[in-house]
Design a protein around this ligand. Structure first.
Ligand SMILES: [Zn+2]
Length: 227
């Protein structure tokens, strides 16, 4: 049975956890465990209907992702800038609707003020280490499908300041006092907006980036992880 065929069968079947093989990445791509979660489409449609996200110079509509699989999004966007375009996303991130106001809120109310406080200058860009990808968590064969598989996550590895300085999670998490203070402030501040925030203190897979997502956790869906 082809990978796509088995994915389609899972979608048509139960909501129980089931092993899926691949997702069209690289032929025999990594297997992951996933389940059909109806809240995702409901949440995406509510976000779209709210009018909170509209295409503009920095936010472009793109076609549905995923096809007949548990991966993807119905109406994703390619996002090349945030905070009214003051802050570039490099390269552009592919995100589902709810992630776009979340990133915007974090940049406006946490990242920009932290850059002014710690460096006395604006921030001009964020380096996007990953956004959409139909893959297991940490690319680990057989692990649960990552929020990246729903375009519901973004990885940020570097912050570019107006003067050209680059502050990276990998090199500066334990760097000079200003960079350390800035990176800890933007990491901690992300926890008010995103439900999952992982950085170098979480595990070695996150030593070089912050992972931010809007996963639903726990019985209420409001559980947070901030590490
Ligand atoms: Zn990630």
């Amino acid at each position: 049975m082809s990978a796509l065929r088995s994915l389609a069968l899972i979608l048509a079947g139960s909501a129980a956890l089931a092993p899926l093989s691949g997702c069209g990445i690289g032929g025999g791509g990594p297997a992951f465990v996933a389940k059909y979660e109806p809240w995702r489409a409901v949440e995406e449609r509510q976000c779209l209907a709210s009018g909170l996200v509209r295409p503009n110079r920095f936010v472009a509509s793109r076609s549905a992702l995923g096809g007949p699989s548990v991966c993807g999004a119905e109406h994703p966007f390619s996002v090349s800038g945030t905070a009214d375009g003051r802050v570039a996303l490099q390269p552009s991130a592919t995100l589902r609707c709810p992630m776009i106001p979340a990133v915007d809120h974090w940049v406006r109310f946490v990242v920009e003020p932290a850059a002014r406080y710690h460096f006395g200058q604006p921030i001009s860009g964020l380096k996007v280490a990953a956004s959409y990808g139909c893959r297991p968590i940490n690319h680990r064969y057989g692990a649960k499908l990552s929020e990246h598989g729903h375009a519901n996550a973004i990885d940020i590895s570097e912050f570019q300041l107006a003067d050209g300085r680059r502050v990276s999670v990998k090199n500066d998490w334990n760097g000079d006092a200003r960079a350390r203070g800035f990176l800890r402030a933007v990491h901690r501040g992300a926890c008010d907006t995103f439900t999952t925030v992982l950085g170098p203190h979480y595990d070695s897979a996150h030593r070089d980036h912050f992972h931010l997502d809007l996963a639903r956790r726990g019985r209420t869906g409001n559980g947070h992880v901030c590490k």
